[in-house]
Design a protein around this ligand. Structure first.
Ligand SMILES: *Cc1c(COP(=O)(O)O)cnc(C)c1O
Length: 234
């Protein structure tokens, strides 16, 4: 790790300014966009910094890494824990037990399993549906057509609370490629809200390199790692 507590505060102020500027440029209220710090590869002490700065949640990619960081696995460090990375089915029970929301629900098969596990725990698990808006074969998630086909079954799952959608910008092509991908997710969300009459309000999109494009296209939650904590080791 190459970022200390003070540097983190400065980075956070800078990221918040970027979000506010992008919101203003898009005619949006900056308060409608939340910032999710992504703590993958970071040591446990950043959890204290995040809480001290009044950020209420963290995003982690891997169940096992997150639980290791938490120490006593039941200890949430006063934060909400969101899973943002692909979930293998053999980790699904752990994820249901220890995460407050799963953003990376990326297939009907996984959704069915999570629904069953959450029902066994007697809870409704908040989730986002991950959409592969760039059609990138290396990425997980529904195609827009696939999601249209599966949505009815997804929304009927009693133990899953579908709150909206998540996407990861294209791995290549930079900001120019990111904006159309985010625009596709926004359009899909608008269409599915109209079709279902449900709020489906959360649009989780935008990372360090493309948060401006995401905010311009209606993001409600940007997931930021390296611009808060410094570059990750390769
Ligand atoms: C790592 C990661 C992020 C944060 O990426 P940065 O470019 O470091 O801001 C956001 N979302 C997902 C799904 C990630 O895996």
């Amino acid at each position: 790790m190459n970022t200390g507590r003070k540097q983190f505060s400065e980075n956070l102020a800078r990221v918040r300014k970027r979000i506010a500027a992008a919101a203003r440029a898009a005619g949006r209220d900056p308060a409608t966009i939340r910032l999710l710090p992504v703590t993958k590869t970071q040591p446990p002490e950043v959890l204290d910094w995040i809480r001290a700065e009044g950020l209420g949640a963290v995003g982690e990619n891997r169940v096992q890494e997150a639980l290791g960081k938490r120490g006593e696995a039941a200890d949430r460090h006063g934060l909400r824990w969101e899973l943002i990375g692909h979930l293998q089915s053999n980790k699904a029970a752990l994820a249901v037990a220890h995460f407050d929301r799963i953003q990376s629900v990326d297939s009907l098969r996984l959704a069915r399993r999570l629904d069953r596990l959450a029902a066994e725990e007697g809870r409704v698990l908040p989730v986002l549906l991950q959409v592969n808006t760039g059609g990138d074969p290396r990425k997980y998630g529904w195609s827009p057509e696939g999601l249209r086909a599966d949505l009815e079954e997804l929304l009927a799952m009693q133990a899953l609370g579908v709150e909206g959608f998540m996407t990861i910008g294209p791995l290549e092509g930079g900001r120019e490629a990111a904006r159309p991908a985010f625009a596709r997710l926004r359009a899909l969300a608008v269409e599915l809200r109209e079709a279902t009459g449900l709020p489906l309000a959360e649009l989780s999109m935008g990372m360090s390199g493309d948060l401006e494009e995401a905010v311009a296209e209606g993001s409600t939650l940007v997931r930021i790692g390296s611009d808060l904590f410094g570059p990750r080791d390769p």
